[in-house]
Ligand binder design. Sequence first.
Ligand code: 2AM
Length: 182
Amino acid sequence: MPRLFVAIDLPEETKDQILGLREDDLPPGRWAGREALHLTLHFIGETPEKQARRYMQALQRVDLPDFALQIGGVGQFPVDDRPRVIWVGVRNTSALRALHEAAGRALQNQGFRQEQRRFHPHITLMRFKKPLRRGLASRWLQAHLDFHIESFSVREFALYESQLRPGGAVYTKRGVYALATP
Ligand code: 2AM
């Protein structure tokens, strides 16, 4: 059964800039490679193939204009505890929320149960198998708080399949959905 999620891919220049954050200054963990950089809108999970096709069709009906995505800042999950994930921040603008909501509604119409947690847009940069000891990442986080990238126009989003492999997840796009320029 494919393991699915809906996400926004990033331009190569944006990925270059994010990858520029990779440093030895952090305790060992798994850095996201170029192919793994994306902004998740909805995690769907294991889905029978027939249902996956319903989701693909439903996402085609999302009808929204393209919009600017603003990337900046860094942070950790969980926010107030020992970090398991280090991320690059994304501004939660009304246009991004509109896409998150429209894609969520399209999936819900086909039976998807949306997460109740608040949408916290981010691009995962690094994962740690075990939560880091308190404070270990704080110097790096402090040093990169001002990190930001020139905004870019989001013209499409995608349904991804994630295959979990020993070396890390491998992502494949199963469908790409254009946002119309008004
Ligand atoms: P993350 O980067 O914050 O881990 C594929 O796994 C994508 O779906 C990742 O970007 C991941 O976010 C996101 N995701 C959201 N909820 C998830 C869940 N319950 N299990 C795995 N991935 C999840």
